[in-house]
Design a protein around this ligand. Structure first.
Ligand SMILES: Nc1ncnc2c1ncn2[C@@H]1O[C@H](COP(=O)(O)OP(=O)(O)OP(=O)(O)O)[C@@H](O)[C@H]1O
Ligand SMILES: [Mg+2]
Length: 588
């Protein structure tokens, strides 16, 4: 289940969503049961025919039995194979439908979760959930459902083995039960070990990944050996644990083999005595052995079944966590049919008595913020580190919802504006740039087919990258390495700005998005952005963007402590002037 913040706690064991999805496919379900039961008929006929073949043809020399029995065996075999193939086809189809539905549901639900979910879950963990549909589908259909069908067959056939010989059936079942009890004991012990092993392996993986992603610090400080020791501590525990696990697995296999051998021996010995005292024929004994295979095999898999249920519980919890989590009511892009381009918002933003508290925090970060950003103006938010600047911007971008008060765009709350209209009117440029291993063109357009190379080139020029693009032999088709590792920090930021500009938004939110640019380039980029009628909100540590703005808000511990035109604020003692003076003294 989840907390309101979206944080994962104990995974929910609820299978109800699985049942809910299965209940949509009643027809395949309806077909599976009769097919499974029908496949028992040819199996019984084969057992009976084999028994007759031995008793009548081989022992009593009734030669006229040979041809009809062979025909019966042939037809029954074809029938049983056809029914099994049909059952398999239905199971595959069901699995396919199930996987598709779960995957689409998880994807759409995951992308509708509030921003907080992604803050409290690691990206790799959250994105791994997208593949859960495949794993769960295979487990639920190929393993569990197929197992349930084989158990249904097993119990029906058991009834017929009892008709052949109660004694043989009871002895075989007793051996099977002993086998199951021993295996269950071993599995139970393994369970704890398995969990510990998974944790240690995940830790070793995590250490490895964090090492690779902080390779710069490791190389710069010659920490390779220390890092190796840290990683190998965990990794070697994992390797040892794996070896112990292998021992358990080998022991379980031996127990299984011994039990099969004991069953066979018991049937031959007890069956032999039953034949001698005339209560069983040789043909019936062979028929019994033939049928027993279909009983013992599925029953012997019960411990596997228990294991699968356990794994499925964990996986299903991670899906139900996504499904049950509160959705962000503002994300409507999956449920609306807004295919037509929407007119842009004008870009007036107003906040009235805004309160906001992070779900895990005790105190609110904002308690009654009021602000008004006229359309087409530039607001600069300044303030010390941790004063709430990024939070302010993210709230306007819709990542966080204010707990109280109203945040209005062109005079309306978010929920009253068509989703596509609002989100195409606004772009958010973060400080941490993410670039794909793709061409510059693809990184700027993000594969949006509405834009061509000329649009991308124009946006890149507006973001002050003309010189660079012109110097590349492939121009905008230059391929970038992972996360643009072959570009400078400032070039990456300008590509991200181009990504925002190509969409021609009426509101641009920039969180330290020009921090890696020199003053001249920053001023040029800002002037291009402002050359169009746009609302611009910038957060920057450097004061240049504030000096170029129309309105400055100074934040201190989530409170607006000063606001006004930069020229006015420069004239009066206060926070803004202090920030300006401290930057000047740093420069000197
Ligand atoms: N997801 C979060 N959960 C809880 N508290 C948070 C979260 N994000 C930020 N905070 C807290 O909110 C406060 C404001 O953070 P914010 O990132 O808005 O500061 P900032 O002004 O942008 O700082 P900086 O200039 O260093 O980027 C900080 O005290 C921070 O610890
Ligand atoms: Mg910040």
């Amino acid at each position: 289940m989840t907390t309101t913040s979206g944080k994962l706690t104990e995974p929910s064991s609820s299978f109800s969503w699985i049942i809910d999805i299965f209940s949509r496919y009643k027809i395949p379900f309806f077909l599976l049961m009769p097919i499974c039961l029908a496949s028992i008929v040819p199996e019984l006929i084969i057992a009976g025919a084999t028994s007759q073949f031995i008793d009548s043809y081989l022992i009593n020399n009734r030669l006229n039995f040979a041809v009809p029995i062979s025909w019966v065996l042939l037809i029954s075999s074809i029938l049983i194979i056809s029914l099994f193939a049909f059952q398999m086809l239905i199971l595959r189809r069901l699995e396919n439908l199930f996987i598709r539905r779960v995957s689409v549901t998880v994807f759409t639900q995951l992308f509708r979760l509030p921003f907080h979910f992604f803050l409290s879950n690691q990206p790799a963990e959250a994105s791994a959930r997208l593949a859960l549909g495949m794993q769960i589908g295979q487990m639920a259909v190929s393993k569990l459902l197929a197992f349930c069908l084989s158990i249904l067959r097993a119990f029906t056939i058991l009834f017929f083995t009892l008709l052949i010989s109660v004694k043989l059936t009871v002895v075989s079942l007793l051996i099977l039960v002993v086998n199951l009890l021993v295996t269950a004991q071993i599995t139970q012990r393994r369970e704890g070990e398995n969990r510990k092993l998974a944790m240690v392996q995940a830790l070793a993986d995590g250490i490895g990944t964090s090492g690779i992603s902080t390779i710069e610090s490791i190389k710069a400080s010659a920490l390779e050996n220390e890092f190796f020791n840290k990683w190998s501590d965990k990794f070697s525990v994992g390797v040892n644990g794996q070896q112990i696990q292998s021992l358990y697995v080998a022991f379980t296999a031996v127990v299984g083999d011994v039990s099969t051998f004991a069953t066979q021996a018991a049937i031959v010995i007890i069956g032999g005595f039953l034949i001698l005292d005339g209560s069983l024929t040789l043909g019936s004994l062979i028929a019994f052995q033939f049928l027993l295979g279909s009983v013992v095999a599925p029953l012997g898999n019960i411990s596997d079944f228990a294991n699968t249920i356990q794994q499925l519980t964990g996986l299903s919890g991670r899906v139900s966590d996504v499904i049950a989590n509160d959705k962000d009511p503002r994300v409507q892009s999956f449920s609306t049919n807004e295919s037509q381009p929407q007119p842009r918002l004008i870009g007036r933003i107003e906040g009235k008595n805004i309160h906001y508290r992070f779900p895990e925090a005790e105190d609110p970060i904002f308690s009654g913020l009021n602000f008004n950003i006229p359309a087409g103006t530039h607001l600069a938010i300044v303030g010390g580190s941790g004063s709430g600047k990024s939070t302010f911007l993210k709230m306007i971008a819709g990542f966080y919802s204010n707990n109280q008060g109203s945040l209005l765009y062109d005079g309306k709350p978010w929920e009253e504006i068509p989703d596509l209209q609002l989100r195409t009117s606004m772009t958010y440029v973060a400080q941490d740039v993410f670039l794909f291993r793709a061409t510059i063109f693809e990184n700027v357009t993000l594969w949006d087919p509405r834009f061509d190379q000329i649009d991308a080139y124009k946006a890149l020029c507006d973001a002050n990258l003309r010189q660079e693009i012109d110097s590349y032999p492939d121009g905008v088709n230059r391929m970038l390495r992972d996360n643009g590792s072959d570009l400078s920090g400032g070039q990456k930021q300008r590509i991200e700005i181009a990504r925002a500009l190509i969409r021609d938004p009426s509101i641009i939110l920039m969180d330290e998005a020009t921090s890696a640019l020199d003053d001249r380039t920053e001023a040029e980029v800002l002037s291009v952005i402002k050359s169009k009628e746009r609302t611009l909100i910038t957060v920057a540590h450097r004061m240049l963007s504030a000096q170029l703005s129309d309105q400055v808000i100074v934040l201190e511990r989530g409170e607006i402590v000063q606001r006004g035109h930069p020229k006015e604020l420069e004239e009066v003692p206060g926070y803004y002037l202090n920030l300006l003076l401290s930057e000047d003294s740093r420069v000197k």
